[in-house]
Design a protein around this ligand. Structure first.
Ligand code: NAP
Length: 340
């Protein structure tokens, strides 16, 4: 490779509370040389995701913590710019879990080829990728929404939440979304056809506002945020309610543990099911899920938004923006243009 520069982003210290720029470092590095069976990849788009905040802590979880002074890694769509693999050729587009870097090398088996003619390539990181599949499996397998039931989703205007609400509508449910700005509220109601919406930042008494939005109680609560919003939703459960426990973003930057009401009583008297899940639990069914999501997309039953920040230099800002509600839909960073 000629004179292009390479850079990656390191985690240099573990954040306490909300991460700051001081926890990260942009470092200039050489463009790596692919070995036999490897490809050199140019990052086109990278995904910033709330779960990455958990990986910045040194605690046991379903994925190991990011190592200090090593590149952060996550979902990336990239272009093969040099190939020493028999499986991939120059110009192929791929998705994989790759370093936050301008260029990286990967084994061919570490990435999956994507077809840019099927859907815009960014959808592989959003509605047809990890967040879309999270919504699909969490809602349908655990939430199992039925015609006429009330489905409440928090984080409703985000990547996962906006898909959850639309899939619940496809299944004939009455959908109530909770989000944090008037722009998001208007999008959910006017663009996505949610039946009722609550702006938790403006509502004052969130429990009262949610009760008004759910006159028949809550049959499914898809929990993306935790905290007081979820306390309110859980106080309105119907008999045999289901609660897919997907995320707890309101807690990720807390320095002290947050203790809410003890909810076991609510679950008990309502014969309710609360089940945590990680999207990778469903890995063996991803193909089937992506196919169905793709079909709904083509039929116009599913819409999506992307919030695309331009420039690798803005990656950390884009990541931190997730915790300030700056994104409508999937938050991505556009790193480079396609070569061809
Ligand atoms: N279980 C799994 O396998 C899995 C997979 C993917 C994602 N997740 C989880 O699902 C949730 C949504 O992820 P996503 O990728 O779709 O992100 P996202 O919803 O696109 O972005 C995060 C959104 O969370 C909301 N938020 C941030 N801080 C908040 C707070 N303190 N209280 C309430 N809302 C807050 C913001 O929207 P507002 O403006 O509305 O506040 C923000 O836009 C996250 O908790 C994530 O960890 C789980």
């Amino acid at each position: 490779m000629a004179a292009e520069k390479n850079q990656h982003i390191l985690l240099t210290s573990r954040p306490k509370g909300m991460p700051t720029m001081d926890n990260f470092k942009f470092e200039d590095i050489a463009i790596p040389e692919p070995k036999n069976g490897q490809v050199l990849l140019k990052t086109l788009y990278l995904s910033v995701d709330p779960y990455m905040r958990g990986r910045m802590n040194d605690t046991k979880s379903y994925v190991p913590p990011f190592e200090l002074n090593k590149a952060i890694s996550g979902g990336v769509v990239a272009e093969v710019v040099q190939s020493r693999s028999s499986e991939l050729e120059e110009g192929d587009l791929v998705i994989g879990n790759l370093d936050w870097a301008l260029y990286s090398v990967a084994e061919d088996a570490q990435v999956r080829k994507i077809d840019p003619d099927l859907a815009p390539i960014t959808t592989n990181l959003g509605i047809l990728g990890m967040p879309g599949l999270t919504a699909y499996f969490g809602l349908l397998d655990i939430g199992n929404p039925q015609q006429g039931e009330t489905v409440v989703v928090s984080g409703a205007a985000g990547a996962v939440g906006s898909a959850v609400g639309q899939i619940a509508k496809i299944k004939g449910a009455r959908v109530v979304g909770i989000a944090g700005s008037e722009e998001k509220i208007s999008y959910l109601k006017n663009e996505l056809g949610f039946d009722a919406v609550v702006n938790y930042r403006e509502a004052g008494n969130i429990r009262k506002a949610l009760k008004e939005a759910c006159p028949d109680g809550v049959d499914v609560y898809f929990d993306n945020v935790g905290g007081e919003i979820s306390d309110a939703a859980l106080s309105l459960l119907n008999q045999n309610a289901r609660i897919p426990l997907c995320g707890q973003i309101s807690l990720y930057n807390l320095e002290k543990a947050d203790h809410g009401p003890r909810i076991q009583g609510q679950l008990l008297i309502n014969s309710a099911l609360m089940k945590g899940f990680i999207v990778s639990n469903y890995a063996s069914h991803f193909e089937e899920g992506a196919k169905q999501l793709g079909q709904w997309l083509q039929e116009g039953k599913l819409k999506y938004e992307e919030n695309i920040v331009e420039g690798f230099d803005n990656t950390i800002d884009a990541f931190l923006g997730l915790f300030k509600g700056e994104n409508l839909g999937k938050q991505l960073v556009k790193v480079s243009e396609l070569s061809r």
